[in-house]
Write a protein that binds this ligand. Sequence first.
Ligand SMILES: Nc1ncnc2c1ncn2[C@@H]1O[C@H](COP(=O)(O)OP(=O)(O)O)[C@@H](O)[C@H]1O
Ligand SMILES: [Mg+2]
Length: 300
Amino acid sequence: MRIVILSKGYANYSTQRLRQEALSRGHEVRVINYAKCYVTLERGNPVVHYKGEEVRDVDVIIPRISQSLTKYGSSIVRQFEMQNVFTTTSSIAIVRSRDKLRSMQLLAKAGVGIPKTVFARETADFKGVLEQVGGAPVIIKVARGTHGNGVVLAETPKAALAVMQAFYVEGVNFLVQEFIQESAGVDIRAFVVNGKVIASMVRQSLDDDFRSNLHQGGEGVEVKLTTEERRIAIKAAKAMGLSICGVDMMRSEHGPLVLEVNASPGFAIEKVTGANVAEKVIEYAEQAARNGHSKDKVGA
Ligand SMILES: Nc1ncnc2c1ncn2[C@@H]1O[C@H](COP(=O)(O)OP(=O)(O)O)[C@@H](O)[C@H]1O
Ligand SMILES: [Mg+2]
């Protein structure tokens, strides 16, 4: 197959691993920096250009769109979709996953456990909002944060009010969440490919940070999931319409709770667990492209 990896970091570990595995399985591979692509739209004849040339004859694209370029990147993905090129992640699923409010709505509707969450715009009924999530300490997060940036632990009602006011004044959408104290600083990442958990790790912050993101200095260790955790990870992936994703969960007193579902999960989990994630992704791409184009069924 002719595979295009849409990535703005040619040298990134994940990009390189995907490239290696695709090559070793006999595919033609190109890494294209979607940030430098442009699309010309003309009636009936849309074309994606890269480095002065038309990008043509592609069987599959594997998008690795970064959070900071969600809009632009997903519109490039959409262009390929419109040309009937199979994509391992649909443009709509990428956009959806980058909005925490939308994600929480979909997960909750699908019956996936999430921390009790409120989204509000104003701070008028501030007390009511805090009560809904069990009172301070609470977690406040911006709707479009990533890597742990934009997630705040407000330990007192006063602090919570100040943070909410600050976000409100800046016009930032945020959500207020029950603080899962019993497993603060620890979360689980399940890497899902095509309805299966293919690798899982527990991430632990190395200091007193309540955030366990590897980008905030967290450390990963391989972990075996319970049957329930596995089931929930798969359900969450399905609810988000993502065939390839990283599902983040916390082990709470009332069972596993999903924090978020990442559409472009990092491959550092390979180093932690020894699993060949890149190979599974390429296998999925081969299989899915053969079976034709799947439509997004999430409907929101
Ligand atoms: N409700 C919560 N209770 C306790 N810890 C949380 C909660 N929400 C997030 N965290 C911690 O903060 C980290 C980042 O939160 P997350 O929602 O995944 O945002 P990001 O997209 O920035 O990674 C999580 O990995 C977890 O360790
Ligand atoms: Mg996260």
